[in-house]
Ligand binder design. Structure first.
Ligand SMILES: Cc1cc2nc3c(=O)[nH]c(=O)nc-3n(C[C@H](O)[C@H](O)[C@H](O)COP(=O)(O)OP(=O)(O)OC[C@H]3O[C@@H](n4cnc5c(N)ncnc54)[C@H](O)[C@@H]3O)c2cc1C
Length: 483
C-alpha cells in the first residue's frame, strides 16, 4: 500500500477521450493519457484491504495491489514485471477488459473503485515505450513439438507459455493475419492492430513459428498434425446466431461479424469494400458488446440514424441487489460507442424484415415483450398485444451472439463436443489424450481475459502431459524476478 490515506485524498481518474465529433471521423483509438503524477495518485487509492477481492475475481489472478503499489512508488518497471508475471498481454486487457477486478474492489463498496484497468494499460504502454519488454528466448530447447490451432489470445498465451519452457511451438491460423477476434472482430477504434503486431513480433523473436492462411482440416490436413507431440485447439466460438424470420434474406440484413471483419480489413486493404452505411437508417439487433461495436462502426461510417434493439429488460443504472458486491453486477453498460449516438430500446422483439420489389430492406416489424417466470423458474417471453410497430430501416445488423464452436475440426479429429457446442475437455484435455482445447472453443464466447487465462492453464497441462512435471505458473502464481 503506497499511501494509507490515498483513497481519501484522490478521486478516481482515468485516461480522457477525444471529443465524439473528432473520434467518429476516423477509426483510430481515442483516449488521452493521464499524466504520470495522476497515475501515481491513482495507484495510491489502492487500500491495504486485507483480502484483495480484485485479485481473486480476475480470471488471471493478477497481483493488483502489488502493481498499484509500485506505480505509486514510481517503480514502473517493477510494476511491469509484476503485471507480466500473471498476464501475457496486458495491452489487450488494459484496453478491452470489462474489469471484473474493479467490480469487486473493496473501495468500490463506498466510493468509485481503483482505476485498475487504466493503470494496467499505462504500465504496459510505458514498458513498451522504454524498451523493457524484450523477447525472452529459452536457454534450452526440448524435443517436443506442439501445434496450436488458432491465434486468438488463448492460442497466443499458450504459445508463449509453452515456448518459454523450451518446447517447439507452431501456431496455425486460417486468417491472413495473427490475432483471432482481436484482429478481425474487435474494431480498430477499440484496439489498433499495430498493438497486436508489436506483441506478435516479440513472440516471433522468442522462437514461436506462425503459419497464416492455414485452415486446419481444410487446406492443412489433420493428418499433417500427427507428428506433433501435442495439439492445442484454440479456434474460438464463431458459429453466429441467425434470425430466421420472414424477409431474413433481403438485401441489407447483415451479420454483425461480416460487417466488423470487412470494416477492419478495409482499413488495411483499400480494395476490400464494406457494406454502404452512409446516410442509411441502421438498426442493430442485439444489445451486447458486438452490438455496441456495430453502433460505433455505423456512426463512423456516416449512418443517418442508429437504433439498437435488445430483447431483455433494461438493466438497473446501479448494481442490482441480486448481484451484490463483490459479484459481477447486473447493471446498465453505457459504452463509448453508445455515447457516440444511438437510440437504445429494450424489451423489443423483431418479427419481420420488410422489403421492396427489388428485395431491398425497407423496414422492420417489431413487438414489445415482457418476461414472466414460469413455475419451474425458467423465463418465458410474452408478446404484448397491440404493440406492433414498423421501423424504417435500410440496414439491419444481426448481433445476436454465438451458438458455439465450429464442429468440423472436432469431427475430423474425433474430438467430442458438449451439449453447448463447445469442445469437451477435462483439465483442458479432450477425449484424445494428446489433444487439448482452450479459450472460446472450450468455454463458449467469452472474454479476452478468460482466453489468456485458459491458454496459460492449458499450456501448463500440456507441459505436465509431455514431461510429467511443470514449472509453468497457475492462476495468480506470478513468477517474479527478484525485486
Ligand atoms: C465483436 C466482438 C467484440 C468483442 N469485444 C470484447 C471486448 O471488448 N473485451 C473482451 O474481453 N472480449 C471481447 N470479445 C470476446 C473476445 O474477443 C473473445 O472472447 C476472445 O477473442 C477469445 O479468444 P480465443 O483465442 O479463444 O478465440 P478467437 O479470438 O476467436 O481466435 C480463434 C482463432 O482461431 C482461428 N481458427 C479457427 N479455426 C481454425 C482452423 N481450423 N485452423 C486454423 N485457425 C483456425 C480463427 O481464425 C481465429 O483467428 C469480443 C468478441 C466479439 C465477437
Amino acid at each position: 500500500m503506497g499511501k494509507p490515506t490515498g483513497f481519501k485524498e484522490f478521486k478516481r481518474k482515468e485516461d480522457g477521450y477525444i471529443s465524439v465529433k473528432k473520434r467518429i471521423s476516423n477509426y483510430k483509438e481515442f483516449t488521452i493519457k493521464l499524466d504520470d503524477k495522476d497515475l501515481k495518485n491513482q495507484g495510491s487509492r489502492c487500500m491495504d484491504c486485507g483480502i484483495p477481492f480484485c485479485h481473486s475475481s480476475c480470471p488471471l489472478g493478477n497481483l493488483i495491489p502489488d502493481f498499484n503499489h509500485m506505480v505509486h512508488q514510481e517503480e514502473w518497471q517493477k510494476a511491469s514485471w509484476i503485471l507480466h508475471s500473471t498476464n501475457n498481454f496486458p495491452e489487450f486487457t488494459g484496453r478491452l477488459c470489462p474489469a471484473p477486478c474493479e467490480k469487486s474492489c473493496v473501495l468500490g463498496i463506498i466510493e468509485e473503485p481503483v482505476s485498475i484497468e487504466n493503470i494496467e494499460k499505462n504500465i504496459v504502454e510505458k514498458s513498451f515505450k522504454n524498451g523493457w519488454i524484450k523477447p525472452k528466448i529459452p536457454n534450452k530447447r526440448t524435443n517436443y513439438k506442439i501445434a496450436i490451432v488458432g491465434s486468438g489470445p488463448a492460442g497466443l498465451a499458450a504459445a508463449q507459455q509453452l515456448n518459454s519452457v523450451g518446447h517447439n511451438v507452431i501456431v496455425f491460423e486460417k486468417e491472413d493475419k495473427i490475432g483471432g477476434l482481436l484482429r478481425y472482430g474487435i474494431p480498430n477504434f477499440k484496439l489498433e492492430k499495430k498493438i497486436i503486431d508489436r506483441r506478435v513480433n516479440i513472440l516471433k523473436k522468442e522462437g514461436i513459428k506462425f503459419i497464416t492462411n492455414a485452415n486446419v482440416g481444410v487446406n492443412i490436413s489433420v493428418s499433417d498434425l500427427e507428428n506433433f507431440d501435442s495439439i492445442l485447439l484454440c479456434g474460438g466460438a464463431s458459429e453466429k446466431r441467425d434470425l430466421n424470420i420472414p424477409g431474413a434474406n433481403s438485401n441489407g440484413v447483415i451479420q454483425a461479424m461480416d460487417l466488423l471483419t470487412r470494416q477492419t480489413k478495409s482499413i488495411y486493404d483499400k480494395s476490400i469494400k464494406t457494406p454502404e452505411l452512409k446516410n442509411k437508417n441502421v438498426i442493430v439487433i442485439g444489445g451486447g458488446d458486438t452490438g455496441s461495436d456495430c453502433v460505433g462502426t455505423a456512426n463512423r461510417n456516416g449512418a443517418k440514424s442508429v437504433i439498437n434493439f435488445e430483447i431483455m429488460p433494461k438493466p438497473p443504472i446501479k448494481r442490482s441487489i441480486k448481484t451484490p458486491w463483490p459479484y459481477w453486477p447486473l447493471q446498465l453498460k453505457n459504452s463509448t460507442s453508445h455515447k457516440e449516438g444511438c437510440d437504445r430500446n429494450w424489451l423489443i422483439n423483431t418479427k419481420e424484415f420488410l422489403f421492396n420489389k427489388d428485395n431491398n430492406l425497407t423496414g422492420l416489424k417489431t413487438v414489445n415483450v415482457k418476461w414472466e417466470t414460469k413455475k419451474n423458474n425458467s423465463p418465458k417471453l410474452i408478446e404484448i398485444e397491440g404493440s406492433e410497430k414498423i421501423w424504417k430501416c435500410d440496414i439491419a445488423l444481426l448481433a445476436l451472439g454465438f451458438t458455439g464452436a465450429e464442429a468440423t475440426l472436432a469431427t475430423k479429429l474425433g474430438v467430442k463436443i458438449n451439449t453447448r457446442n463447445n469442445y469437451q475437455t477435462t483439465n483442458y484435455q479432450t477425449n484424445i489424450s494428446k489433444i487439448f482445447s482452450a479459450g472460446d472453443m472450450r468455454r463458449g464466447q467469452s472474454l479476452i481475459v478468460w482466453a489468456i487465462s485458459e491458454g496459460r492453464e492449458a499450456a501448463r497441462e500440456i507441459d505436465l502431459f509431455l514431461t510429467g512435471k511443470t514449472s509453468l505458473a497457475t492462476k495468480g502464481e506470478g513468477q517474479l524476478p527478484k525485486i
